[in-house]
Design a binder for this molecule. Structure first.
Ligand code: TRP
Length: 335
């Protein structure tokens, strides 16, 4: 990423709180590689966000490195993109404080993710969980971001980010760029949970509902064998009546580079066992080389540290410009 010639800025962040799923890969990760030509991209490990639920410290640290290595293993060039950890750029927390003062309790209480998470973690409804969207707004706004690739579950958070930015701008002038959702040119395939094809595949779902990027071939085979199908035995795309089979076809096609029609034609009349075998093979053929590369990268701790250090320095330089402007605008005394 060049800090002088400005392409539109694309900002993406993932919490290092679990392992990404093949749904994240198919819907987002694999497409990011093609974006570095047209966008200045930042890929953030949102480790501060992860603290809104209890984390095992050693696991959080390990997953942060693993996520960075996964990005690189999937083909993201750490020279062309900024790959960094949120906690390494203190301006995120600093801007979040300012933005907290421009965010209403009422709008935060309407966030569906807050309602869901506080139901799920009833023993730990902390203030961080409540102000989570404000930190996310700070992430995005610090970099004068043009576009944010978001799934349906984060749409509401991008909306509130825009509202906060507009509110701030209406008082102080054009300080923040108003970010737009990034809509992929080719409609990204929606990957559903294996055991419940009516809901989205998620890393926070039940263990057998998703295939993680770290799953072994045996894990993949076992989970796909158990995947929900239906009883009519026909291999065809019909999201309405055959969501489980359609999901398998979608995964098989995405991971093998074939179209759904090709997958159906090849497997016609062979039954769901054959569909599951073909899907297993397609998934493993994508995961194996990525896992091998990720492992190779992780073994070189110095390299990972260099990438993260370089990323945080470049991110900090950009973030500092925005934060300095904000501090000045709101009237904090300048030295
Ligand atoms: N909240 C996002 C998620 O759980 C992660 C995230 C943090 C994020 N900061 C962001 C996403 C900024 C996009 C932009 O998926």
């Amino acid at each position: 990423m060049s800090e002088t010639v400005r392409k539109p800025v694309l900002y993406s962040a993932v919490q290092p709180s679990g392992t990404l799923t093949i749904g994240n890969y198919i819907g987002a990760l694999r497409n990011f590689v093609k974006l570095e030509k047209d966008y200045d991209c930042l890929f953030c490990m949102a480790d501060l966000h992860a603290l809104t639920v209890r984390q095992e410290p050693a696991a959080l640290r390990r997953r942060t490195a693993e996520l960075a290595a996964l990005y690189i293993a999937c083909g993201l060039d750490p020279e062309k993109n900024i790959i960094y950890a949120q906690s390494h750029v203190p301006m995120h927390a600093e801007l979040a404080w300012i933005l907290n003062c421009f965010t209403y309790m009422g709008e935060l209480s309407r966030m569906t993710q807050f309602k869901d998470k506080s139901a799920k973690h009833a023993d730990n409804i902390n203030a961080g969980l409540f102000t989570y969207p404000v930190l996310m707004a700070a992430d995005i706004l610090l970099y004068q971001t043009d576009v944010v690739p978001v799934g349906a579950d984060q749409k509401q958070h991008l909306e509130i980010c825009r509202d906060i930015a507009e509110r701030f701008n209406s008082v102080y002038g054009d300080v923040f760029k108003i970010p737009e959702p990034y809509i992929a040119k080719s409609a990204a395939a929606r990957i559903m949970a294996l055991n419940d094809p009516g809901s989205k595949m998620s890393k926070s779902g039940e263990p057998d509902s998703f295939i993680s990027m770290a799953d072994t071939p045996d894990d993949v085979r076992r989970k796909l064998r158990r995947a929900v199908t239906d009883s009519d035995g026909e291999i065809r795309v019909d999201p309405e009546n055959k969501p489980g089979v359609t999901n398998l076809i979608t995964i098989c096609a995405a991971m093998s580079g074939k179209t759904a029609e090709e997958v159906c034609a090849e497997l016609q009349g062979k039954g769901y066992g054959a569909l599951k075998d073909a899907t297993t093979e397609a998934v493993v053929s994508v995961l194996s080389p990525i896992q091998a590369e990720q492992k190779r990268i992780l073994a070189d701790k110095q390299y990972i540290n260099d990438v993260l250090k370089n990323g945080s320095e470049r991110a900090s330089a950009l973030a500092f410009r925005t934060l300095r402007k904000v501090y000045k605008k709101v009237g904090l005394y300048q030295l």
